[in-house]
Design a protein around this ligand. Structure first.
Ligand code: KIV
Length: 265
């Protein structure tokens, strides 16, 4: 297995115009499969809250939740970069708390970088404090799910001119604050392409079109659990698991399982 993907790899990919592929994972077996598939980075996203923990949104996810799942992923991943997502209220309160929590995702969780949502205008001091301690930070702009109540729902951002202008400025602000890359979520494709062209650091899009330097998808969304305009079902694993479970129930109830070959003599 080749060397670990680093922030330098991200920079080189952008310079060479090579796309960056990122997926989320929350557990050991999935993370191992992703690493073996040649993925560049595994994001332990706070989407954990929606897709694994059964919450309505990402807001109840705690540092303990993130640490628990980041550890599982880090134990499996040898090649890709592991990005630990900073949950709600882990970086908003003060730069000192942000650094302490980012440091925990690295030291206890085994991640190589962290991601947080929002502009440098709001979180520049926290971002700079984390980076000064030697921890790479990925930014996240556009539809930032931790602000769902402020947005009034999960809506495409940056459709109107003032918002487009603001997002372009925010992207430059995150770059100036030292982020090594940023997620652009649910913004019009032409805006994402314009932002991507204005930056020397890579953009990783989700619902932001093909003009980004890379793409990220939530693992469960690509396997049939979530269907939105910007996801693609690469394999309907959800249906396959559902059918397998129903067949198991039918065979147990019908006395067809276990058979002789499944039984010790
Ligand atoms: O939490 C997450 O999975 C994310 C991605 C959707 C970018 O932030």
């Amino acid at each position: 297995m080749s060397a670990r993907i680093t922030t330098a790899t991200f920079r080189e990919r952008k310079q060479a115009n090579e796309k960056i592929a990122v997926l989320t994972a929350y557990d050991f077996p999935t993370a191992r499969l992703l690493d073996e598939s040649g993925i560049d980075a595994v994001l332990v996203g706070d989407s954990l809250g929606n897709v694994v923990l059964g919450y309505e949104d990402t807001l109840p996810v705690t540092m303990d939740d993130m640490l628990h799942h980041t550890r599982m992923v880090s134990r499996a991943v040898k090649h890709a970069m592991v990005i630990g997502d900073m949950p709600f209220l882990s970086y908003q309160i003060s730069p000192e708390e942000a650094l302490r929590n980012a440091g925990r995702l690295i030291a206890e969780g085994g991640a190589q970088s962290v991601k947080l949502e929002g502009s440098a205008e709001k979180f520049g001091p926290a971002i700079e404090c984390i980076i000064r301690a030697g921890i790479p930070v990925m930014g996240h702009l556009g539809l930032t799910p931790q602000s769902v109540h402020q947005f009034g729902g999960y809506k495409v951002q940056g459709r109107e001119e003032p918002d487009r202008r603001r997002l372009k400025e925010e992207a430059l602000g995150l770059q100036a604050a030292g982020c090594f890359a940023m997620v652009l979520e649910c913004i019009p494709a032409d805006l994402a392409a314009e932002i991507t062209g204005s930056l020397s650091i890579p953009t990783i899009g989700i619902g932001a079109g093909a003009g980004c330097d890379g793409q990220v998808l939530v693992f469960h969304d690509m396997l049939g659990w979530g269907k939105t305009r910007f996801t693609k079902t690469y394999a309907d694993v959800r249906s396959m698991i559902g059918q397998a479970c129903a067949e198991y129930v039918r065979e147990v109830k019908g006395g067809e399982f276990p058979r002789a070959e499944n039984t010790y003599k």
